[in-house]
Write a protein that binds this ligand. Structure first.
Ligand code: GAP
Length: 456
């Protein structure tokens, strides 16, 4: 495939992600497992920061409660939800090379035979090599207990949403919430995607951050607009370039079976626009179906008006892994930076929003003598209980800055000869590269002011 500036950028980012410990291929020493990725030391910090910002945005408000439901659920859940019948992709197999394609994506796919490098799958189709399209269910099936028969089938959940729907009344009565209110959950979801592609974009195991907001029918349109606005603002507030976000409205004929209206928040990835979150008006579909399949009432009794009704649900469904990837892509910059001797060089800098940065600070002794390492170690130890911090005493200080830029560390503190005289250190800010002096004993307070102060 020809290398475009965008695909070259993506290659560099994937390589940086591996080299600096953001993301590794799953089971790499065995050749990897398609569609599965591992988060390394910095990746897990970044992912946790994304999830914790979402969790705060959702549950640090009086009308949303959190839960953490089991991944394995009663198999009837997936009949009621429509996943057993509808969660399928049409699929064709090549009789010759055994490659499998989504029937609706043949045009953009390449033949699976390595001997035919670059040949279009549509050519193989035209030559009659493909089977008829069959529906392929994307849920992973497994068995509970020792007997592998139909009665023991369970599924790895393909979305976290159902764990919320079935717990609607449990949460409502335990928390004494009144409608309108929401339930939020972060957790793993699994889909046996036919074509995994574009790094973390479409994987077989991923995390979702879903919030279902239960409302009185008739107020759903208003709440739908409210949550659309909240959710796009969340991405923008965490620094995503606004021009790289757009709305995509689902055409009425393409709406999911449960939806009255649906919008995706799309991000402009190097390979094109891609959905990172869906906001759906799910009507009373989910609760009505669970009522029908379980035989248990899922209705809400409004104490005020004495009405009993099935609430409508406004869903906000974000991929944690896809959002992670959007934040990673958006942060990546190559820019000119001055060296210590006044020349210019290229630096790679991850301009993460400081709340998302996996490493918050780095501490350097300028040289490894004159008592500087001892002072620098003391500063590192003062920071460590409060913020992720990295101690680095190897190589020229300029190189150390570059290493921190590349992982997006917002602040570097350097102990130098002036420190020995007046106990001040240099603070260097990542984006502006500006340096100022700060009293060494004020470092923790300085970081608190940067990371914990409310946004202006
Ligand atoms: N409960 C609704 C639901 O699951 P969805 O549009 O299928 O809706 C929601 O998924 C979000 O989950 C997507 O916007 C995307 O961010 C993420 N997602 C879905 N499939 C994914 C996959 N195979 N790999 C990574 N993320 C995925």
């Amino acid at each position: 495939m020809a290398t475009t500036p965008d695909s070259a950028m993506m290659d560099k980012l994937v390589s940086l992600a591996k080299r600096r410990g953001f993301v590794f291929q799953s089971s790499e020493i065995y050749g990897g497992l398609n569609g599965c990725w591992d988060y390394g030391p910095l990746g897990v910090e970044l992912l946790n920061n994304v999830k914790s910002q979402w969790w705060k945005a959702m549950t640090f408000r009086e009308d949303v409660e959190g839960i953490d439901a089991a991944i394995l659920m009663h198999p009837k859940v997936w009949e009621a939800s429509g996943h057993v019948a509808n969660f399928t992709d049409p699929m064709v197999d090549c009789r010759e090379c055994k490659a499998r394609f989504r029937a609706d994506q043949i045009e953009e796919s390449l033949c699976g035979n390595p001997g035919y490098k670059g040949r279009k799958a549509s050519k193989c189709q035209a030559e009659g090599k493909f089977t008829e399209a069959r529906q392929f269910n994307l849920m992973f099936k497994t068995f509970v207990g020792p007997v592998e028969d139909e009665g023991a089938v369970v599924y790895l959940r393909p979305e976290t949403a159902q764990g919320i729907f079935v717990n609607f009344l449990n949460v409502q009565s335990a928390s004494r919430q009144k409608i309108p209110f929401g339930i939020a959950q972060i957790g793993k979801a699994f889909r046996n995607e036919i074509n995994t592609k574009n790094f973390l974009f479409r994987t077989r195991e991923f995390e979702q951050m879903e919030m279902q907001f239960f409302v009185k029918p008739g107020t759903d349109v208003e709440w739908f607009e409210y949550w659309k606005e909240q959710r796009i603002r969340w991405f923008a507030d965490l620094g995503i370039t606004k021009d790289r976000l757009q709305w995509h409205r689902h055409e009425p004929e393409k709406l999911a079976h449960y939806a009255k209206d649906a919008f995706d928040i799309e991000y402009q990835f190097p390979f094109g626009w891609g959905e990172i979150e869906g906001i759906h008006n799910r009507t009373d579909f989910d609760l009505s179906r669970h009522e029908e399949f379980s035989g248990k009432s899922m209705k809400y009794f409004d104490e005020g008006s004495k009405e009993r009704y099935t609430p409508y649900i406004i869903e906000t469904s974000a991929g944690a892994s896809r959002s992670f990837m959007a934040f990673l892509v958006d942060a990546y910059r190559e820019e000119e930076a001055p060296t210590a001797d006044g020349k210019m060089e290229m630096r790679v800098v991850m301009r993460f929003h400081r709340k998302l940065s996996p490493m918050k600070a780095a501490v350097f002794p300028l040289v490894n003598r004159d008592g500087m390492p001892e002072i620098a170690k003391k500063i590192e130890l003062a920071i460590r209980p409060h913020f992720r911090v990295f101690y680095d005493d190897s190589g020229a200080v300029g190189r150390r800055y570059r290493r921190q830029d590349e992982i997006g560390t917002p602040y570097c503190f350097t102990v130098d000869s002036q420190t020995l005289q007046d106990q001040t250190i240099t603070v260097r800010e990542r984006d502006s590269m500006k340096q100022e002096r700060l009293s060494a004993d004020k470092v923790v307070q300085f970081l608190r002011d940067q990371f914990e102060a409310p946004e202006k």
